[in-house]
Structures are given as C-alpha cells and as structure tokens.
Write a new protein. Structure first.
Lengths: 273, 266
C-alpha cells in the first residue's frame, strides 16, 4: 500500500483557476504513471467533474462518503482516458456544512492508502469548505492571478495554511508552491499587470509555474478534458507539465511566458495566447 | 473550572477640586468626541485625595449624568462606600496616558486620565503611585504582587517580541507592552500594533501602529516602506499622504512636534 502525498490547490479568490489547475496537475501526474485521486471540495458548486469530463458518471459524492452513505470505492469515478486517475466528486445538492472534520479526515486517510497523490480542489473563500480542504494536506499549491486582489487573498490563505492546518498545529510548516495563472503576455508587456517577480516577492512562496492566459483552457473545459490532456502542446499544458515535474522534485527553471514569447510564437503560430 | 485572565486598558479618572471646573473639562472632551467614554472600562481614582464620601457621591452622580459608568473605585476602602456605589478596586499598573482626541491635530491632550492596565490574572499594584505618569513610567515601574506571598519586581514594558516569519494578510500582531520585531514582510491587509517601536526586516505593506499606549518616542523601522498606514501614538498617516521619495526604500518613522517624520535609512 502506498502512502499518498496530499496536495491542496487553493487561492482564496474565486475564478483564478483552482479547478483547472487541479485537473491539469492531477492528469499530468497520472500520465507520469502515478495513482492519482482528485477530490472536489467545492460542495454546492461542483465543477471539477465537468472539467474532467466525468459529470455523467457521478453516482455518489464526497458528502455521501463523509456521512457513511457510500464507500469511497463506490464514489470514485475513473477517468475516461487514464485508468490510474480518479475523481471524488463534490455534491451539488448539499452545502459545505454537510462536511464534518472527522469525516474528511477519515476519507483522506483512507485515500492515502490507495493512491500516490491526492489533489484537493479547494472552494473559494476562507470559510469551512476551504479550511477543511487544506486541513489534512501535506503540501499546498497557491493559485494566483497576477493582480492585486488575488495576491492579497492568497496571502490570507497562506496565513491560514500556517495556522489552521494539521501540520501547522503539530508545529510543522506546510511546503507551499505558487502557481501564477492567467498570465497575459500582452498586458505584462504594457505593465497593466503585476510582474511575476512582484507576486513572488509579495507572497514569498517559491514559484512552481506560470500559466499563460489562453483559449486552450476554455476549449479544454468545453470538451471536458484537463488542459494537459486535451492538447499536450498548448502553452498552458506545457506550463502545467513543467509545474508537475517541479512538484515531483525536479529542479528546472520556471518558464515565464513573456520571455519565451518568440519561441512559443514560432512553435504555436496562431494559437499562442 | 478554569478562570481566564484577560487584561484591559481602563481609563482612569482622577477627580480634582473644584469639581465644577473638572466636570466642565470633562464636558469639553465629551463634546469633542462623544464616543470617547463609550464601551471603555472606567475607573475612578481617588487615591491619596481622602475624598469625603459625600463628595464621592456627588462625583459619581455627575458622571452618571454624563452617562459615564464607573466600573470601580481605586484608592478607597470598600467599607467606606455606600450601597449602590461601584466596588472598590485594587491592583492595576500604570501605563502611559490615554490620548484625548483633538479634532484638529489628532493628538491628545495629556492632562486627562491615565491609562491603567488591570491584570485580573496576575494582579499587580502600581507602587509608582498616583503621579501623572510620564511615557517612560510604563517601562520602569515596579510592580508588587498583591498575593502577599511574594514580592516580585517585574519590569513591565521592557518586554519585546520577535516574529520570525511573514505576517500575512488578515493577521494581526498585538503587543501593547513593548517592541515588536518582525523578520519577514508585513503584507497588505496585516497589522502590527505595538506599545513600543516596530522593527520590520522586510517590506512593510500593511499597517504599523507603534506607541499605542501613548509613547511618543516609539518609532517604526522597515527595510522597505510600502505601508497602507503608519501610526505613532495615535497620530497616523495613510499611504496617499506619504512622501513618495521613500517608497520602497528603507525608512524610519518617528514622532516629532506633533507630526510624523519620515526619514530614509542609509
């Protein structure tokens, strides 16, 4: 039996790309051959099943499992393409209060036995849903857009990660990674956007990847595929693959889309963001 | 059963003869800032004055007329008090003066009221007496325990704390007894509140409030000034009013002649 690394994908602010990132990282890890489970903690506003194209196969959900109405094995949905990638969907009909701390702990510790990686998609906000999602994580991926409100919310979340999680309460420190998404190369050039350096400086968290704003992300979610599976050569897919290798411990420099613009331009003419 | 200790800063009013002019002074404060006494613990200090009980009653009635509710009386034996009067109150340790808001300058008029901290858990008697406390009193006052078992000398106000981490948005560090040193940045949306000075080895992007217990000599130091608000002893400035030249550079902020002085640190 393996013992999984539990990663929470969180941000505080909504719409920054947590779910996209969860799906992309989970599927990229699965492609590397790991047993991966993605959990959707966004009870009441579930999305991860749509992004992963599993919405038509959901029978039981996280709330059913937490309440003991279904077993984890009944609730897990296997990915269409990768048979080592699973989804534990959120409930659309309940609200976040349906989750209990003990229940979530039990679910995560059981999943640790089955998988190598458990990726938790946190809901937006700093309330119960978000704190439950991060509570039992071993590592965190902080998703931020390069703009001030998103950065401040991330800062708040980092404070919670260092205070409200199991690791923090045991006196440890949760390793954190910063993922900057929706990075717009044109706006970066004109200075309408925070530079990646500024975001890293403000948050003081090591950068794991910079994902460019791209139509590929939208296209991928419309067909119900994580962006890393729908078009492996698109710039966002490349950025997520790179981030995944870094999550696995490889020491490779982060590609800032701006710098590679000419190269991307050459390689993906007419498609690059 | 557990007893919790909690400390509050109380406003201590020391009535002075003649009471008429004392009350008119009080009225002036209330007129200037009507909320000043609302929801604050208020102690009447009659220590050393040997006030006749009828005069005390007159003072209490006068305060009652102004909706100032006294929670306790310091410096009088409980047996002398009449029924219905607030209880006698022992303990308490002088801190610096409370600022009375002045609409024009935002800086206090130090003639009214001293700050006293009431530590319910570890009761300490201020032996430094009733004299108007200088800002430094806090730092050098001896405190003797009321426990009668031991006489401890605690140097209050000399305590300083070190935060060896970033202070993130939404976090608040409150240390009314002394200096706060942060090794790391203070993020936008975070705040540091210190009785003494604030030292930040990193960027100050949030709020820093130094000398909150009335210490003019408190300063704020940071290696990168990008604050939302800085304040020393109640006098504050928001980012819009800063001198732009020091932005993002090492700076210190001090209190001088009722203004905040910003200086580069080089």
């Amino acid at each position: 039996m393996s013992n999984a690394t539990v990663v929470v994908v969180t941000s505080g602010k909504g719409g920054v790309g947590k779910t996209t990132t969860t799906a992309a990282i989970a599927s990229a890890l699965a492609k590397e051959g790991y047993q991966v489970c993605a959990i959707d903690f966004d009870v009441g506003l579930r999305n991860l099943d749509l992004i992963m194209g599993a919405e038509r196969r959901v029978v039981f959900d996280l709330v059913n499992v937490v309440r003991g109405e279904a077993s984890i094995k009944q609730a897990l949905v296997r990915d269409k393409k990768l048979n080592n990638l699973y989804l534990l969907p959120a409930s659309q009909t309940r609200d976040k209060d349906a989750l209990t701390e003990e229940g979530v702990e039990a679910v995560i510790s059981e999943l640790r036995g089955y998988f190598d990686w458990v990726i938790c998609d946190s809901p937006a906000g700093i309330e119960r849903g978000a704190t439950l999602a991060m509570r039992h994580a071993d590592e965190a991926i902080i998703v931020s857009n390069p703009e001030v409100s998103s950065v401040r919310d991330c800062d708040r979340i980092i404070g919670l990660l260092d205070a409200k999680t199991k690791i923090a309460e045991d006196g440890g420190r949760m390793p954190k990674h910063l993922m900057i998404t929706r990075y717009d190369t044109d706006r970066a050039k004109t200075g309408d956007m925070l530079a990646t350096d500024d975001v890293v400086d403000i948050l003081s968290v090591p950068l794991i990847g910079v994902v460019p704003e791209s139509k590929d992300v939208l296209k991928a979610s419309n067909v119900g595929l994580p962006v890393t599976l729908s078009d492996e050569n698109s710039p966002p897919a490349k950025a997520y693959q790179e981030a995944t290798r870094r999550l696995l411990g490889e020491n490779i420099p982060v590609t800032i889309p701006e710098e590679k613009k000419s190269l991307f331009g050459k390689l993906f003419k007419g498609r690059a963001a | 059963m557990k007893f919790k200790g909690k400390s509050f800063i109380a406003i201590v009013l020391a009535p002075e003869q003649p009471f008429d002019s004392w009350f008119s002074e009080l009225d002036r404060i209330i007129e200037r800032s009507p909320g000043f006494f609302i929801d604050r613990p208020i102690i009447l200090d009659v220590r050393g004055s040997n006030i006749p009980i009828d005069d005390l009653e007159q003072v209490l009635n006068g305060l009652g007329d102004r909706s100032i509710r006294v929670m306790g009386i310091d410096g009088i034996s409980g047996t002398r008090l009449k029924d219905g009067m607030p209880p006698s109150f022992g303990g308490g340790r002088l801190t610096a003066e409370v600022d009375v808001p002045e609409p024009d300058t935002q800086v206090g008029n130090p003639d009214k009221g001293t700050h006293k901290e009431i530590a319910t858990k570890n009761r300490k008697d201020a032996s430094s007496g009733e004299t108007d406390s200088a800002p430094e009193t806090n730092g050098h006052s001896f405190a003797k325990s009321l426990d009668e078992l031991e006489r401890e000398t605690a140097k209050q106000g000399d305590s300083s704390i070190v935060i060896s981490d970033h202070v993130r948005s939404g976090q608040s560090i409150l240390h009314p007894d002394g200096d706060v040193t942060v090794i790391g940045s203070v993020s936008s949306g975070a705040e540091i509140i210190a009785g003494g000075s604030i030292h930040i080895y990193g960027a100050l992007r949030g709020r820093a409030l130094a000398g909150v217990a009335g210490k003019d000599s408190a300063r704020i130091f940071c290696t990168k000034l990008d604050a939302e608000l800085v304040s020393i002893n109640g006098l504050y400035k928001v980012a819009d009013d800063f001198d732009g030249t020091l932005r993002n550079s090492p700076a210190q902020i001090r209190f001088e002649n009722e203004t905040l002085v910003f200086e580069g640190l080089n």
